[in-house]
Design a protein. Sequence first.
Length: 135
Amino acid sequence: FPESFSSDGKRLLGLAIPDGPFSPGSDRRIAVYDMEKEAYEIIERDLLDPPFSVGWAPDERRIMIWNSDGIYVYDPAKDDLKTVMEIDVDPSEFVRFQVTSNGYLYYAVPEDERDIWIARKGTPASLTRFGTPDS
C-alpha cells in the first residue's frame, strides 16, 4: 500500500489491492489513509490501466500517477485526470518519477545512457539535458 506521505505526515498515499494474490497487472485502487481519522479514502474510479504508481503533487491536494504510457495528475476534488507528459516504454520497464517542491519533474526510464533530462513547466515544456553523452 504505502507510496508517499504528505509533508505534514498526516496522510499516506498508496494503492489498495483487493483480496487475492498480487500480480503487477492486478486490480488496484488509489487510497489515502488519514492518520488522524484512522480511515481510508478509496478512489473507486478506474483512472489508468495497471500497473501504475502514485505520489503527491507539490500542492499535496492532487495526485500524480505514472505508468508505462505517461505521467498524469488527478484532482480528486474535481474528479479530473490530465496528462502531464506521454512516455512510450515497455510495461516491464516501469517508469519512476519524483516531483520537487518547486515543481521540477524528474523521471527515469531504463536506458543505457548517462543523460538526465528534466521537464520544466512551460508552453511548450522545455527540457534541459544534464550529463555527458556517450563518446
